[in-house]
Write a protein that binds this ligand. Structure first.
Ligand code: SF4
Length: 699
């Protein structure tokens, strides 16, 4: 009989439950977990192909120093020695960790504790910076904490679901399946898709708004005006629970201005405003099209303003809902895995919070100020300000904007550690020390999905070679740096228990994030832990708390904030670079394809890198369908297959970010993206890049 283990999909932020079965011959099969409340048995193509991605080809099986196999002791001693030396000579801010939404919460917790509490720097940032940091910043401005109030069930209960900058069908496929099924059951449920591209998601839309890139602020600031002028705001809610309404209204834009900036037909804009006004139960989901922008935080607040103005928050079937891209982007936020946050949603800028966390950790020091966010972190590496860098479970040489410059910076860094499962990633090949990590199916811990649901990832396979958990590697380095007592963990359950205890330490210092009921959890209960949504304060069970149900928010006065947002200039094109490039994902690949690229089945969906462009643009520049197109920005060029389609708006291109030099030469699309970021969140603007395009002519 196969042995079955309940675990969680390691790909997107939907966080589907998976049952993995290992047969007597060792063969692995997967199916959706019918009892998991995020997917109820569903899986998408990527989740269904998980068993095809867990072979040992290309795995790092032993630690390596400068390309030669070493023992764990040698490698860990060297890491501790180099980090300690850099700190002693150049100070705590001369070292950095760059981590990943692929890490489990327990890994994230130990990394954050080591860097912020024991090194004394906040130079720990994550590839989740590229995913949802604008939403974090927007929530903190509006709500006073990084609280995502939505649940998946809200989409099924809503009368109107607005999907802003979200290709749900490809990027959160099981949530899309749930929405599509709800719409089929209840045709009154309307869907509006806001996206410059006509994506697969738009196929179920009652209204697709193909706005100009980066004009979401104008769209929602115009909606805010419309709601006020049409008497559709909830004056009682505004008066009792918010601040800043008048200032936000003064900054809001008129209908003609919204029309002019978004480039939408008047009929469509009117229809969207009418639908939003007339529907009480509105859920607005937003994802990378909103977040990955130089105005990402303002976009988020423009959306939140509309929900606050109508009081459509904190009740079933309504509210704003940020969808996380990565499997554990939310878990990373919980433990302070961003350079500008402390553990358990506490504030690094707050002396009281710093003191609380330092005392809880019994740490010798605590980071006093925010650290370097991803783009700035790699700039600091390039400038020689970072002397020792540890990269965990991510491939920034492919995924960071200005990817060539990031590669040059890593190459020039005096000491680089990479913990990963694969030895030949574009980043791993620059490591001075390469550490073998456990992969999905081999490691134990928790992840938190977009609706704040914490689920277990459980091991059902033995670890290959000498691969060890990321938290173990960090704890061992912490011990060798002189902090043996603080990092004396003997398993993931103890780390989770400590994380839960910190969330409830001194009665709710963490504001919204509290999972204190799990503070005393032991290994057996941890192993059996069922998926649950936070908050779960001690003594209160799941389902009793809907965020903002009582109109209370997390600013000191308990009120939410409207934010006065103003549309910024969005067009970056000029005569030399006349096209706007939008980067993103495709349905069947994940990030830089280090795992999903192993599945032949997944590659049958789209087998090679490509760029979509409109037929008239293709005609004008002489690109033929399925021919090769060269795309160039001031930072470099790529050559990909042309996919000529009228789903793409004129003047724009779409290219996926997955492919790297292992799969096709000159295909790293992020080499084109400038290191331009949102001024508040630091999230890169990966969806509005001025480029030139031409037919490729081989030299
Ligand atoms: Fe995995 Fe996301 Fe697909 Fe669910 S929707 S199976 S979490 S990739």
């Amino acid at each position: 009989m196969p042995v079955e283990t309940k675990t969680t999909c390691p790909y997107c932020g939907v966080g589907c439950g998976v049952i993995a079965a290992v047969g007597e011959d060792g063969a692995v099969s997967v199916r959706g977990d019918p009892d998991h409340p995020s997917n109820y048995g569903r899986l998408c193509s990527k989740g269904s192909a998980l068993a095809e991605t867990i072979d040992l080809d290309g795995r790092i099986l032993h630690p390596e120093i400068a390309g030669r196999q070493s023992t764990w002791d040698e490698a860990l001693d060297l890491v501790a020695e180099k980090f300690s030396a850099a700190i002693a000579e150049h100070g705590p801010d001369s070292v950095a960790f760059y981590v990943s939404g692929q890490l489990l919460t327990e890994d994230y917790y130990v990394a954050n504790k080591l860097m912020k509490g024991f090194v004394g720097s906040a130079n720990i940032d994550t590839n989740s910076r590229l995913c949802m940091s604008s939403s974090v910043a927007g929530h903190r401005r509006a709500f006073g904490a990084d609280t995502v109030p939505g649940t998946y069930e809200d989409l099924e209960l809503a009368d109107l679901v607005v999907l802003a900058g979200s290709n749900l069908a490809w990027c959160h496929p099981v949530l899309y399946q749930r929405l599509a099924a709800a719409k089929a059951r209840r045709p009154g449920l309307k869907v509006v898709v806001i996206d410059p591209r006509r994506t697969m998601t738009a196929d179920i839309a009652d209204l697709h708004l193909a706005i100009r890139p980066d004009t979401d602020v104008a769209l929602f600031a115009g909606l805010f005006s419309h709601l006020v002028k049409n008497g559709a705001v909830d004056q009682n809610f505004i008066a009792a629970h918010t601040m800043g309404f008048s200032e936000a209204f003064a900054a809001a834009v008129s209908f003609p201005e919204a029309l002019e900036r978004t480039g939408l037909p008047a009929m469509q804009l009117r229809e969207f405003y009418r639908l939003f006004t007339a529907s009480e139960k509105v859920v607005t989901c937003y994802s990378q099209g909103v977040n990955q922008s130089s105005s990402g935080t303002d976009k988020v607040n423009a959306i939140l303003n509309c929900h606050l103005a109508t009081g459509r928050i904190g009740r079933p079937g309504m509210g704003p809902f940020s969808l996380t891209g990565q499997p554990n982007a939310m878990g990373g936020r919980e433990v302070g895995g961003l350079a500008n946050m402390l553990a358990a949603h506490m504030e690094i800028e707050s002396a009281e919070d710093r003191d609380r966390v330092q005392r809880f950790w019994q740490a010798p020091r605590i980071a006093e100020k925010p650290g370097l966010k991803a783009v700035d972190l790699f700039c600091a590496v390039a400038e020689g300000r970072i002397r020792a860098l540890w990269i965990m479970a991510t491939n920034p040489v492919v995924s960071m904007p200005d990817a060539d410059a990031v590669e040059a910076a890593i190459r020039a860094c005096p000491f680089v550690v990479v913990s990963d499962i694969l030895r030949e990633t574009d980043t791993a090949r620059h490591a001075d020390v390469l550490l073998p990590s456990r992969g999905w199916g081999e490691k134990d811990g928790t992840v938190t999905n977009s609706e704040r649901r914490v689920s277990r990832q459980r091991a059902f396979l033995g670890a290959p070679g000498e691969a060890r958990a990321d938290w173990w590697q960090l704890a061992e380095v912490g011990r060798r740096m002189g902090f043996a007592r603080a990092f004396a963990y003997d398993g993931a359950s103890g780390i989770f228990a400590e994380h839960a205890a910190l969330s409830a330490f001194e009665n709710g210092g963490s504001r919204d994030f509290d999972i204190g009921t799990h503070a005393g959890i032991g290994p057996v209960a941890y192993d059996a832990l069922s998926p649950f949504q936070w908050p779960q304060p001690a003594g209160r069970g799941e389902g009793e708390t809907r965020f903002f149900a009582n109109g209370g928010f997390y600013h000191p006065d308990g009120r939410a904030r409207f934010v006065a947002v103003m549309p910024a200039a969005a067009d970056r094109t000029d005569a030399a670079y006349p096209f706007t490039l939008n980067t993103g994902r495709i349905r069947d690949q994940w990030h830089t394809m280090t795992r999903s690229g192993k599945s032949a089945r997944l590659s049958t969906h789209i087998a090679e890198p490509f760029a979509e462009l409109h037929p008239r643009d293709a005609l004008e520049i002489g690109v033929v369908p399925a021919g090769l197109v060269e795309i160039e920005s001031p930072r470099g060029s790529v050559v990909v297959r042309a996919l000529v389609t009228d789903r793409q708006a004129r003047g724009s291109l779409f290219a996926p970010m997955h492919w790297n030099d292992q799969f096709a030469a000159k295909a790293r699309v992020d080499t084109l993206v400038p290191p331009l970021t949102d001024r508040i969140s630091g999230q890169p603007a990966s969806k509005n890049v001025a480029v030139a395009a031409r037919p490729f002519k081989a030299a």
